[in-house]
Design a protein around this ligand. Structure first.
Ligand SMILES: [Zn+2]
Length: 459
């Protein structure tokens, strides 16, 4: 009767009938063993706004933390001093050479069919324009295919890619590859509609690429509103002319550091759970959501363990990786500098999607490990439903995951993240202190239980 039973179940679910009362599943022995410590961590995380305050102080004191700048290195010095004051173990900065791109003065204006200033941001890695700028007519296209269809009209123009946001992965192609495609069609510069789902006249910056076989042209972002307006002007048959001036340049690599502190394991100190985010940001805003918040919630998680006297069996190492945004040098350097320890890296957890309401963790690892991390997620129902997604990771832990370390990507409500991403509006006021505190709890519980359980998380 199994079949008819499940058919009945299916039909009841389709009808939306409540088959069983909403009740938490009976805790497993594993969960019972750790629940008391978990509750203490959650209580401590939710008790105050310490994490939000730290994100605010980091941004207010140092501003944007762009690779190669004194701001970033001073922020790293401050973090190390604060981590030592918190009593963390093995606080240090590990040297990494990072690229140094300098934006310089930049501006764009619409000359025809009417004059208007165009708020803009040069894209990271772009060359500058000649000192007097570039004045050229504009060709608006909707996609790479549309550019190919109109290639005969692109020569000598500034190409605008007016591509609406679908997903970040899809739309970002125009930021990263747009200058190559436009130059191949003979354009003298290229601009994109800022990559985001919603605008308030905020341009978004971000990384871009050149191809050694194609002329390098200046590449920049204008606001969503202006991109759509230029597109309407073209559709009406109006002439569009823009002047752009950019003093961007790439200087020699500069020294930076991956910054880290630990709570040392009491029984297996050489076994490491590594977690954190990237400490660098773009050169606009203060990198509150991308990714100061990711670093701070991981840091707060082990600060609370220290404060509560919860020293787990294994080491938890919190890392602020440097240069995620325009080079990934920090994540690669971590792999190289810790290659000998990677067999004992039990789990890597990265937070780089903002610190809005927590929703779970994407996990990439074995089925037996997945069953365990699901149980850990089940222990933090107090902070909201925490799901374990089918796969997860992150840019900074990617290099060590490629060497076999199980990886986890911290996940949050992503509704607003790309509103602020890589803009001057990425500041702490966009974050809610209680949501940030719930993220601290999620990170603390996940890392603590995996570090504390008697056996290693299986690979
Ligand atoms: Zn980021």
């Amino acid at each position: 009767m199994r079949r008819s039973g499940s058919a009945l179940l299916a039909s009841l679910l389709v009808l939306g009938a409540p088959l069983v009362a909403q009740r938490a599943p009976r805790p497993t022995a594993f969960q019972q063993q750790h629940q008391a410590a978990v509750n203490r961590l959650i209580d401590a995380a939710l008790a105050d706004s310490a994490a939000w305050n730290r994100i605010a102080e980091l941004g207010d004191r140092f501003g944007p933390r762009f690779s190669g700048t004194p701001n970033l290195e001073q922020a790293i010095d401050w973090i190390m001093a604060e981590m030592r004051r918190d009593g963390l173990d093995n606080v240090r900065g590990e040297p990494v050479m990072v690229p140094r791109w300098v934006r310089g003065e930049e501006s764009a204006e619409l000359l025809l069919p009417r004059w208007s200033k165009l708020p803009m941001l040069g894209l990271g890695g772009s060359i500058g324009t000649p000192a007097g700028g570039i004045i050229a007519d504009v060709l608006v296209v909707s996609s790479f295919a549309d550019l190919e269809a109109k290639a005969a009209q692109a020569r000598g123009k500034i190409v605008l890619f007016d591509v609406p946001f679908t997903s970040y992965g899809q739309t970002v192609q125009y930021r990263s590859q747009g200058a190559i495609a436009a130059a191949r069609a003979g354009a003298v510069a290229s601009m994109i509609r800022s990559v985001g789902p919603f605008g308030m006249q905020t341009p978004h910056t971000g990384g871009m690429a050149y191809d050694s076989t194609v002329t390098r042209i200046a590449h920049f972002a204008i606001t969503m509103e202006d991109a759509m307006m230029l597109h309407r002007m073209q559709d009406r048959g109006q002439p569009i002319r823009v002047r752009v001036q950019m003093a961007a340049q790439t200087l020699p690599d500069a020294p930076s550091r991956n910054v880290m502190g630990e709570i040392r394991g009491r029984e297996f100190p050489n076994e490491v759970i590594v977690m954190g985010g990237h400490i660098d940001s773009w050169d606009v805003g203060t990198g509150a959501t991308d990714d100061g918040g990711g670093v701070v919630i991981a840091w707060e998680a082990i600060r609370l363990m220290k404060k509560l006297g919860l020293q787990p069996r294994r080491t938890i190492r919190v890392v602020g990786w440097t240069n995620e945004e325009n080079g990934l040098r920090g994540g690669n350097a971590y792999r190289d500098q810790h290659r000998g320890e990677l067999a004992d890296h039990i789990l890597a957890i990265e937070s780089d999607g903002g610190v809005f309401a927590p929703t779970g963790f994407g996990f990439s690892g074995s089925d037996s490990a997945r069953a365990i991390v699901r149980q850990v997620a089940g222990m933090m129902a107090r902070i909201g439903p925490i799901a374990i997604g089918a796969s997860g990771g992150g840019a900074d832990i990617g290099p060590i995951m490629a060497e076999g370390v199980p990886g986890m990507g911290h996940q949050v409500d992503g509704t607003r993240y790309f509103w602020y991403h890589h803009t001057n509006a990425d500041t702490v006021d966009k974050l809610d202190p209680l949501e940030v505190a719930r993220n601290v709890a999620a990170m603390a519980v996940m890392a603590y239980v995996i570090a504390e359980m008697p056996g290693r998380l299986p690979r």
